[in-house]
Ligand binder design. Structure first.
Ligand SMILES: NC(=O)c1ccc[n+]([C@@H]2O[C@H](COP(=O)([O-])OP(=O)(O)OC[C@H]3O[C@@H](n4cnc5c(N)ncnc54)[C@H](OP(=O)(O)O)[C@@H]3O)[C@@H](O)[C@H]2O)c1
Length: 280
């Protein structure tokens, strides 16, 4: 039986991917942050699912979870680690409170690295083990390749993730561990509601009218967002593919994203500015 660790399994992409891998007869270890979610998931997913309770910013909690997975694997290699847990902090960089910016990096960047370091020995990241290495899939974002205004904190975290992803891929090649980045665009999950809540925090600034428009743009985008099952299916394919690509973009408007990335910076700036002015 193949095995997977998925962080952030309580909702959204993590939840759907857990369901998808269980459906393909994997044993899934899914991380949540509280007992209530652990029980809820255990009830829905049954015996092939093991909840792990930890926050990615809590090294002791991660270590405990690694011990539990190691015991369950009984010397076998973990097939895949899916680094999915994440939050989206938005707000203009001029005003975003530094503690919110730090939290963004703590969860999406340092937390991801802490989890990866801790699980690497189980994936085959030790000198003595050369056979059947596992693989790592990092859930990045379109925001890891293209920056939009008022998403500076989130984009900074996903750009950092992209850099770590490439460093890991090149370093872990020595163990045969494949590292893949998945860059979703808008996907229907709770993250949209959470990101919108942040817009209310800058009422007396020059940015407020733009933030209101941004809220409308997010509403429109979230209506066209892809279903979470599309990402779960892609993650399943990457998990079992003999030689996966190094990165995958999955978005309803992927051609538009590829096009805008080719534009000179000033043209892209103008395009974004016009988008904000014309938003209704
Ligand atoms: N939805 C999109 O449009 C989209 C687009 C691009 C990239 N992504 C990426 O996809 C990943 C999953 O997001 P989602 O859209 O599925 O959102 P979501 O439904 O909000 O799921 C986020 C998951 O991360 C967990 N989490 C948050 N902070 C954590 C922490 N400190 N420690 C451990 N777990 C933590 C959450 O747990 P709790 O329930 O306990 O908070 C939840 O299980 C994120 O990395 C996100 O950046 C999403």
């Amino acid at each position: 039986m193949k095995t997977a660790v998925i962080t952030g399994a309580s909702t959204g992409i993590g939840y759907a991917t857990t369901a998808r891998l269980l459906n393909a007869d994997f044993h899934v270890f899914g991380s949540v942050r509280n007992e209530a979610d652990a029980n809820r998931l255990q009830r829905s997913f049954g015996r092939q699912f093991t909840p792990l309770i930890f926050d990615v910013t809590d090294e002791a909690g991660i270590k405990q979870a690694v011990g539990l997975v190691r015991e369950a694997l009984k010397g076998k290699t973990l097939d895949v680690l899916i680094n999915n847990a994440g939050i989206a902090v938005s707000g203009p960089l001029q005003f975003v409170p530094l503690e919110k910016f730090k939290l963004q990096l703590d969860v999406n960047v340092i937390g991801l690295l802490a989890v990866t370091q801790a699980f690497l020995p189980l994936l085959g990241g030790i000198q003595e083990r050369k056979e059947n290495p596992g693989r790592i899939i990092n859930i990045s974002s379109v925001s890891g390749v293209f920056v939009t205004p008022f998403m500076g904190p989130y984009c900074a975290s996903k750009f950092a993730l992209e850099a770590m992803n490439d460093a890991m891929r090149r370093e872990l090649e020595l163990y045969g561990i494949k590292v893949v980045s998945v860059q979703p665009g808008p996907i229907k999950t709770e993250i949209w509601r959470k990101a919108k809540e942040d817009d209310t925090s800058y009422p007396d600034t020059i940015y407020q009218p733009f933030l209101e428009k941004r809220s409308k743009i997010i509403d429109k985008r979230s209506k066209n967002a892809l279903p979470v099952e599309d990402v779960a299916n892609l993650l399943y394919k990457i998990t079992i593919h003999k030689s996966p690509k190094t990165r995958y973009l999955i978005a309803p408007n992927s051609l538009q994203i590829k096009f805008i990335r080719l534009l000179p910076d000033r043209w892209a700036d103008q395009l974004i500015f016009k988008l904000f002015l014309s938003a209704k």
